[in-house]
Write a protein that binds this ligand. Structure first.
Ligand code: TTP
Length: 355
Protein backbone atom coordinates (compact mmCIF):
# COMPACT_ATOMS: atom_id res chain seq x y z
CA UNK A 1 0.00 0.00 0.00
CA UNK A 2 1.39 3.42 -0.87
CA UNK A 3 2.03 5.81 1.98
CA UNK A 4 -1.08 7.66 3.16
CA UNK A 5 -1.23 11.31 4.22
CA UNK A 6 -3.67 11.99 7.02
CA UNK A 7 -4.44 15.31 8.71
CA UNK A 8 -6.19 15.42 12.07
CA UNK A 9 -7.59 18.91 12.58
CA UNK A 10 -8.92 19.99 15.97
CA UNK A 11 -10.15 23.47 16.93
CA UNK A 12 -8.63 24.98 20.09
CA UNK A 13 -10.99 25.35 23.07
CA UNK A 14 -13.72 25.39 20.44
CA UNK A 15 -16.84 26.76 22.17
CA UNK A 16 -14.76 29.23 24.20
CA UNK A 17 -12.91 30.47 21.09
CA UNK A 18 -16.19 31.11 19.31
CA UNK A 19 -17.48 33.08 22.31
CA UNK A 20 -14.25 35.12 22.53
CA UNK A 21 -14.44 35.86 18.83
CA UNK A 22 -17.99 37.17 19.19
CA UNK A 23 -17.24 39.23 22.29
CA UNK A 24 -13.67 40.54 22.07
CA UNK A 25 -13.89 41.86 25.65
CA UNK A 26 -13.52 38.20 26.70
CA UNK A 27 -10.17 37.79 24.89
CA UNK A 28 -7.23 36.91 27.11
CA UNK A 29 -9.52 36.24 30.07
CA UNK A 30 -10.37 33.03 31.90
CA UNK A 31 -13.75 32.00 30.55
CA UNK A 32 -15.75 28.79 30.79
CA UNK A 33 -18.62 27.76 28.54
CA UNK A 34 -21.26 25.49 30.03
CA UNK A 35 -24.14 25.21 32.45
CA UNK A 36 -25.15 27.40 35.34
CA UNK A 37 -22.96 27.40 38.48
CA UNK A 38 -26.04 27.55 40.71
CA UNK A 39 -27.62 24.42 39.25
CA UNK A 40 -25.54 21.35 38.59
CA UNK A 41 -23.99 22.74 35.43
CA UNK A 42 -20.65 21.47 34.20
CA UNK A 43 -17.87 23.06 32.14
CA UNK A 44 -18.16 22.12 28.44
CA UNK A 45 -14.86 23.78 27.72
CA UNK A 46 -12.79 26.73 28.89
CA UNK A 47 -10.17 29.12 27.58
CA UNK A 48 -6.49 28.29 27.99
CA UNK A 49 -6.30 31.16 30.52
CA UNK A 50 -8.83 29.29 32.67
CA UNK A 51 -6.96 25.99 32.25
CA UNK A 52 -4.02 27.54 34.11
CA UNK A 53 -6.21 27.55 37.23
CA UNK A 54 -6.94 23.85 36.86
CA UNK A 55 -10.36 24.32 35.26
CA UNK A 56 -11.23 21.65 32.67
CA UNK A 57 -14.07 20.07 30.68
CA UNK A 58 -16.71 18.09 32.61
CA UNK A 59 -15.83 19.81 35.91
CA UNK A 60 -18.83 21.14 37.87
CA UNK A 61 -19.10 24.88 37.18
CA UNK A 62 -19.27 25.58 40.92
CA UNK A 63 -15.88 23.86 41.40
CA UNK A 64 -14.45 25.80 38.43
CA UNK A 65 -15.46 29.05 40.13
CA UNK A 66 -13.81 27.95 43.36
CA UNK A 67 -10.56 27.31 41.50
CA UNK A 68 -10.76 30.50 39.49
CA UNK A 69 -12.91 33.15 41.22
CA UNK A 70 -12.55 35.59 38.28
CA UNK A 71 -13.86 33.01 35.83
CA UNK A 72 -16.38 34.42 33.35
CA UNK A 73 -19.18 31.92 32.73
CA UNK A 74 -20.83 31.91 29.30
CA UNK A 75 -23.87 29.77 28.55
CA UNK A 76 -23.60 27.16 25.80
CA UNK A 77 -25.03 28.16 22.42
CA UNK A 78 -25.03 24.99 20.32
CA UNK A 79 -26.73 26.54 17.29
CA UNK A 80 -23.86 28.98 16.97
CA UNK A 81 -21.17 26.28 17.30
CA UNK A 82 -22.91 24.12 14.73
CA UNK A 83 -22.86 26.99 12.26
CA UNK A 84 -19.14 27.62 12.80
CA UNK A 85 -18.49 23.88 12.53
CA UNK A 86 -20.19 23.83 9.16
CA UNK A 87 -17.94 26.68 7.98
CA UNK A 88 -14.83 24.85 9.20
CA UNK A 89 -15.91 21.68 7.39
CA UNK A 90 -16.52 23.67 4.24
CA UNK A 91 -12.88 24.74 4.29
CA UNK A 92 -11.81 21.10 4.80
CA UNK A 93 -13.90 20.04 1.83
CA UNK A 94 -11.87 22.30 -0.46
CA UNK A 95 -9.07 19.80 -0.03
CA UNK A 96 -10.70 16.36 0.05
CA UNK A 97 -14.01 14.48 0.17
CA UNK A 98 -12.49 11.90 2.48
CA UNK A 99 -13.40 13.66 5.73
CA UNK A 100 -14.34 11.76 8.88
CA UNK A 101 -15.83 14.12 11.45
CA UNK A 102 -15.26 13.03 15.06
CA UNK A 103 -17.24 15.85 16.61
CA UNK A 104 -18.22 19.41 15.78
CA UNK A 105 -14.66 20.68 15.98
CA UNK A 106 -12.52 17.74 15.01
CA UNK A 107 -11.99 15.61 11.89
CA UNK A 108 -9.64 13.32 10.03
CA UNK A 109 -8.83 14.25 6.42
CA UNK A 110 -7.26 11.79 4.02
CA UNK A 111 -5.32 13.97 1.58
CA UNK A 112 -3.22 11.18 0.06
CA UNK A 113 -3.98 11.84 -3.59
CA UNK A 114 -4.52 15.59 -3.33
CA UNK A 115 -2.41 17.77 -5.60
CA UNK A 116 -2.97 21.16 -3.95
CA UNK A 117 0.04 22.73 -2.17
CA UNK A 118 2.33 20.60 -4.31
CA UNK A 119 0.88 17.50 -2.64
CA UNK A 120 2.34 18.49 0.75
CA UNK A 121 -0.04 17.65 3.60
CA UNK A 122 2.00 19.90 5.89
CA UNK A 123 1.41 22.88 3.59
CA UNK A 124 -2.29 21.98 3.24
CA UNK A 125 -2.64 21.98 7.02
CA UNK A 126 -0.92 25.37 7.20
CA UNK A 127 -3.27 26.75 4.58
CA UNK A 128 -6.36 25.32 6.30
CA UNK A 129 -5.28 26.84 9.61
CA UNK A 130 -4.65 30.24 8.05
CA UNK A 131 -8.03 30.21 6.32
CA UNK A 132 -9.85 29.17 9.51
CA UNK A 133 -8.12 31.99 11.41
CA UNK A 134 -8.62 34.68 8.77
CA UNK A 135 -12.14 33.78 7.66
CA UNK A 136 -13.70 32.38 10.83
CA UNK A 137 -11.75 34.14 13.59
CA UNK A 138 -10.81 31.05 15.62
CA UNK A 139 -7.68 28.91 15.75
CA UNK A 140 -7.27 25.25 14.87
CA UNK A 141 -4.38 22.86 15.44
CA UNK A 142 -3.35 19.99 13.18
CA UNK A 143 -1.39 16.78 13.21
CA UNK A 144 -0.05 15.35 9.96
CA UNK A 145 1.05 11.73 9.74
CA UNK A 146 0.84 8.51 7.68
CA UNK A 147 -2.12 7.26 9.75
CA UNK A 148 -5.02 8.29 11.99
CA UNK A 149 -3.46 7.25 15.28
CA UNK A 150 -0.29 9.30 14.80
CA UNK A 151 -2.12 12.27 13.25
CA UNK A 152 -4.40 12.49 16.28
CA UNK A 153 -1.53 12.35 18.74
CA UNK A 154 0.42 14.91 16.69
CA UNK A 155 -2.42 17.46 16.64
CA UNK A 156 -2.04 17.78 20.42
CA UNK A 157 1.71 18.34 20.21
CA UNK A 158 1.71 22.08 19.39
CA UNK A 159 -1.72 23.00 20.71
CA UNK A 160 -3.08 25.68 20.75
CA UNK A 161 -2.67 27.21 17.30
CA UNK A 162 0.05 24.90 16.08
CA UNK A 163 0.78 21.88 13.96
CA UNK A 164 3.16 18.97 13.98
CA UNK A 165 4.16 16.55 11.24
CA UNK A 166 5.30 12.97 11.72
CA UNK A 167 6.91 11.94 8.44
CA UNK A 168 7.16 8.23 7.56
CA UNK A 169 10.87 8.39 8.51
CA UNK A 170 10.03 9.93 11.91
CA UNK A 171 7.46 7.29 12.91
CA UNK A 172 9.83 4.99 14.78
CA UNK A 173 11.47 7.78 16.78
CA UNK A 174 8.17 9.51 17.51
CA UNK A 175 6.33 6.48 18.71
CA UNK A 176 9.06 4.98 20.90
CA UNK A 177 8.93 7.80 23.43
CA UNK A 178 5.14 7.97 23.45
CA UNK A 179 3.49 7.27 26.82
CA UNK A 180 1.06 4.31 26.68
CA UNK A 181 -1.72 6.67 27.83
CA UNK A 182 -1.71 8.17 24.32
CA UNK A 183 -2.85 4.90 22.74
CA UNK A 184 -6.45 4.46 21.59
CA UNK A 185 -8.18 2.15 24.05
CA UNK A 186 -5.72 2.55 26.93
CA UNK A 187 -7.78 4.15 29.67
CA UNK A 188 -6.78 4.78 33.25
CA UNK A 189 -7.39 1.17 34.35
CA UNK A 190 -5.24 -0.40 31.60
CA UNK A 191 -2.60 2.32 32.01
CA UNK A 192 -2.46 1.54 35.74
CA UNK A 193 -2.08 -2.17 35.04
CA UNK A 194 0.72 -1.42 32.55
CA UNK A 195 2.51 0.95 34.93
CA UNK A 196 2.56 -1.74 37.61
CA UNK A 197 4.39 -3.98 35.13
CA UNK A 198 6.83 -1.21 34.26
CA UNK A 199 5.23 -0.57 30.87
CA UNK A 200 5.24 3.20 30.44
CA UNK A 201 6.12 3.91 26.81
CA UNK A 202 5.49 2.32 23.44
CA UNK A 203 9.12 1.19 23.44
CA UNK A 204 8.36 -0.83 26.60
CA UNK A 205 5.42 -2.52 24.83
CA UNK A 206 7.45 -3.25 21.73
CA UNK A 207 10.21 -4.83 23.81
CA UNK A 208 7.63 -7.24 25.20
CA UNK A 209 6.89 -8.64 21.74
CA UNK A 210 3.69 -9.66 19.97
CA UNK A 211 3.18 -13.01 21.67
CA UNK A 212 3.60 -11.68 25.19
CA UNK A 213 1.28 -8.72 24.48
CA UNK A 214 -1.43 -11.13 23.30
CA UNK A 215 -0.92 -13.28 26.34
CA UNK A 216 -1.28 -10.36 28.72
CA UNK A 217 -3.95 -8.30 26.94
CA UNK A 218 -5.88 -10.83 24.84
CA UNK A 219 -7.33 -9.53 21.59
CA UNK A 220 -6.40 -5.96 22.50
CA UNK A 221 -2.77 -7.12 22.64
CA UNK A 222 -2.79 -7.62 18.86
CA UNK A 223 -3.88 -4.03 18.42
CA UNK A 224 -1.30 -2.85 20.95
CA UNK A 225 1.45 -4.58 18.98
CA UNK A 226 0.50 -2.51 15.92
CA UNK A 227 0.02 0.76 17.77
CA UNK A 228 3.26 0.59 19.75
CA UNK A 229 5.14 0.38 16.44
CA UNK A 230 3.13 3.24 14.92
CA UNK A 231 1.05 0.97 12.67
CA UNK A 232 -2.63 1.84 12.11
CA UNK A 233 -4.36 0.82 8.89
CA UNK A 234 -7.85 2.08 9.69
CA UNK A 235 -9.21 4.02 6.74
CA UNK A 236 -10.67 7.52 7.02
CA UNK A 237 -14.38 6.87 6.83
CA UNK A 238 -16.44 9.76 5.55
CA UNK A 239 -19.38 10.72 7.81
CA UNK A 240 -19.23 7.85 10.19
CA UNK A 241 -22.69 6.86 11.37
CA UNK A 242 -22.98 7.10 15.12
CA UNK A 243 -25.10 4.39 16.75
CA UNK A 244 -24.95 5.41 20.39
CA UNK A 245 -23.80 8.08 22.79
CA UNK A 246 -23.06 7.37 26.42
CA UNK A 247 -21.35 8.55 29.55
CA UNK A 248 -20.22 6.47 32.50
CA UNK A 249 -18.35 7.02 35.71
CA UNK A 250 -16.48 4.70 38.07
CA UNK A 251 -16.56 5.95 41.64
CA UNK A 252 -13.57 6.02 43.97
CA UNK A 253 -15.93 4.85 46.70
CA UNK A 254 -18.88 2.59 46.00
CA UNK A 255 -22.34 4.16 46.20
CA UNK A 256 -23.98 2.35 49.09
CA UNK A 257 -27.63 2.59 48.04
CA UNK A 258 -30.20 3.65 45.51
CA UNK A 259 -30.51 7.17 46.95
CA UNK A 260 -26.81 7.89 46.48
CA UNK A 261 -27.01 6.53 42.92
CA UNK A 262 -29.94 8.81 42.17
CA UNK A 263 -27.89 11.72 43.56
CA UNK A 264 -25.47 11.19 40.67
CA UNK A 265 -28.21 11.31 38.08
CA UNK A 266 -28.35 15.08 37.41
CA UNK A 267 -24.65 15.46 36.67
CA UNK A 268 -24.56 12.31 34.51
CA UNK A 269 -27.65 13.48 32.69
CA UNK A 270 -26.16 16.91 32.09
CA UNK A 271 -23.00 15.40 30.66
CA UNK A 272 -24.93 13.00 28.44
CA UNK A 273 -27.11 15.87 27.17
CA UNK A 274 -24.00 17.80 26.20
CA UNK A 275 -22.55 14.82 24.36
CA UNK A 276 -25.80 14.21 22.52
CA UNK A 277 -25.85 17.88 21.51
CA UNK A 278 -22.23 17.68 20.40
CA UNK A 279 -22.96 14.59 18.29
CA UNK A 280 -25.99 16.35 16.87
CA UNK A 281 -28.23 13.29 17.22
CA UNK A 282 -30.89 14.52 19.69
CA UNK A 283 -33.63 14.10 17.10
CA UNK A 284 -32.82 10.45 16.36
CA UNK A 285 -32.87 8.87 19.83
CA UNK A 286 -34.70 5.54 19.90
CA UNK A 287 -33.85 4.07 23.30
CA UNK A 288 -32.39 4.99 26.68
CA UNK A 289 -30.12 2.73 28.73
CA UNK A 290 -28.83 2.72 32.28
CA UNK A 291 -25.76 0.66 33.09
CA UNK A 292 -24.93 -0.32 36.65
CA UNK A 293 -21.91 -2.23 37.87
CA UNK A 294 -22.07 -3.58 41.40
CA UNK A 295 -19.19 -3.89 43.83
CA UNK A 296 -18.50 -7.46 42.72
CA UNK A 297 -18.18 -6.30 39.07
CA UNK A 298 -21.50 -7.86 37.95
CA UNK A 299 -22.95 -5.47 35.42
CA UNK A 300 -26.54 -4.98 34.42
CA UNK A 301 -28.15 -2.76 31.81
CA UNK A 302 -31.77 -1.70 31.56
CA UNK A 303 -33.07 -0.32 28.29
CA UNK A 304 -36.35 1.29 27.36
CA UNK A 305 -37.62 2.64 24.05
CA UNK A 306 -38.03 6.40 24.04
CA UNK A 307 -37.47 9.24 21.64
CA UNK A 308 -36.35 12.02 23.95
CA UNK A 309 -33.78 12.59 26.67
CA UNK A 310 -35.65 12.27 29.95
CA UNK A 311 -33.99 12.48 33.33
CA UNK A 312 -37.14 11.06 34.92
CA UNK A 313 -37.05 7.96 32.72
CA UNK A 314 -33.35 7.44 33.47
CA UNK A 315 -34.27 7.63 37.16
CA UNK A 316 -36.83 4.85 36.72
CA UNK A 317 -34.34 2.70 34.82
CA UNK A 318 -31.80 3.26 37.58
CA UNK A 319 -34.31 2.00 40.17
CA UNK A 320 -34.94 -1.08 38.04
CA UNK A 321 -31.22 -1.76 37.67
CA UNK A 322 -30.68 -1.33 41.40
CA UNK A 323 -33.44 -3.83 42.20
CA UNK A 324 -31.54 -6.49 40.25
CA UNK A 325 -28.56 -6.40 42.60
CA UNK A 326 -29.30 -4.32 45.70
CA UNK A 327 -25.61 -4.08 46.41
CA UNK A 328 -23.13 -1.17 46.52
CA UNK A 329 -22.49 0.31 43.09
CA UNK A 330 -19.06 1.09 41.61
CA UNK A 331 -20.05 2.34 38.17
CA UNK A 332 -23.03 4.16 36.70
CA UNK A 333 -23.67 4.91 33.06
CA UNK A 334 -26.34 6.54 30.95
CA UNK A 335 -26.66 6.07 27.22
CA UNK A 336 -28.88 6.52 24.21
CA UNK A 337 -29.04 4.52 21.02
CA UNK A 338 -29.58 6.40 17.86
CA UNK A 339 -31.70 5.62 14.84
CA UNK A 340 -29.50 5.13 11.80
CA UNK A 341 -32.27 3.97 9.42
CA UNK A 342 -32.37 7.23 7.48
CA UNK A 343 -28.66 7.14 6.90
CA UNK A 344 -28.78 3.44 5.98
CA UNK A 345 -31.60 4.09 3.50
CA UNK A 346 -29.56 6.81 1.88
CA UNK A 347 -26.62 4.44 1.51
CA UNK A 348 -28.84 1.80 -0.12
CA UNK A 349 -30.25 4.41 -2.44
CA UNK A 350 -26.74 5.45 -3.29
CA UNK A 351 -25.78 1.85 -4.05
CA UNK A 352 -28.77 1.55 -6.37
CA UNK A 353 -27.69 4.62 -8.27
CA UNK A 354 -24.22 3.34 -8.92
CA UNK A 355 -24.23 1.95 -12.46
P1 TTP B 1 -12.38 19.05 22.65
O1 TTP B 1 -11.88 19.01 21.24
O2 TTP B 1 -12.19 17.86 23.51
O3 TTP B 1 -11.66 20.24 23.42
P2 TTP B 1 -11.62 21.80 23.13
O4 TTP B 1 -11.90 22.15 21.70
O5 TTP B 1 -12.51 22.49 24.11
O6 TTP B 1 -10.15 22.22 23.53
P3 TTP B 1 -8.71 21.71 23.02
O7 TTP B 1 -8.93 20.75 21.88
O8 TTP B 1 -8.01 22.94 22.57
O9 TTP B 1 -8.09 21.07 24.21
O10 TTP B 1 -13.93 19.38 22.66
C1 TTP B 1 -14.54 20.10 21.62
C2 TTP B 1 -15.79 20.80 22.14
O11 TTP B 1 -16.72 19.85 22.64
C3 TTP B 1 -15.50 21.74 23.29
O12 TTP B 1 -15.16 23.04 22.86
C4 TTP B 1 -16.77 21.68 24.10
C5 TTP B 1 -17.37 20.34 23.81
N1 TTP B 1 -17.19 19.42 24.97
C6 TTP B 1 -18.24 19.25 25.87
O13 TTP B 1 -19.32 19.81 25.69
N2 TTP B 1 -18.05 18.43 26.96
C7 TTP B 1 -16.87 17.77 27.19
O14 TTP B 1 -16.73 17.04 28.20
C8 TTP B 1 -15.78 17.94 26.25
C9 TTP B 1 -14.46 17.25 26.45
C10 TTP B 1 -16.00 18.79 25.17
Amino acid sequence: MSQRKIIHADCDSFYASVEMRDDPSLKGKPIAVGGSPTGRGVVATCSYEARRFGVHSAMPMAEALRRCPDLIVVRTDMAKYRAVSKDVHEIFSDYTDLIEPLSLDEAFLDVSGVEQCGGSATLMAEEIRTRVRDNLGITISAGIAPNKFLAKVASDWRKPDGQFTVTPDDVQGFVRELPVTKLFGVGSVTAGKMARSGLNTCADLEALGAAELSLRFGKFGVRLWDLCRGVDNRPVRPDRVRKSVSVERTYAEDKPGLASCLDQLPSLFEELSQRVAKANCGGRIKALTVKMRFAGFETTTVTRQGSGLSQKLFGELMEEAWARGERPVRLLGLGVSVNTDDVARQLVLFDELVP
